[in-house]
Design a protein around this ligand. Sequence first.
Ligand SMILES: [Mg+2]
Length: 105
Amino acid sequence: MHPLCTELQAVVTSNVAPIQKAFDVYQSACFTTRPPEFFCLELCGEAGELANLEKKLWKGADISMDRVSDEAADVFISLMNYANARGIDLASAVTDKLSRIVASK
Ligand SMILES: [Mg+2]
């Protein structure tokens, strides 16, 4: 495995789990419990909003990077909420996926 991939996996392992856990704690304390299907649809909706801005940028529209950043944040937040609602360990899933990507190259 490439040493940079090994380093990436170590960073993911050390940092993603506490971020995901903090989102779970916050979501549980401050918002209504929702099923994973809700968050999956929310994630798709937010990704669509981001894609729509990128489409407009591609066509030459004047879109502020604040709006793009805001939608990227929505995608990140909804992914965290989806993974928590579905019981997915994102750190483990990402490191496993990186290993499979490297193996397939
Ligand atoms: Mg949004």
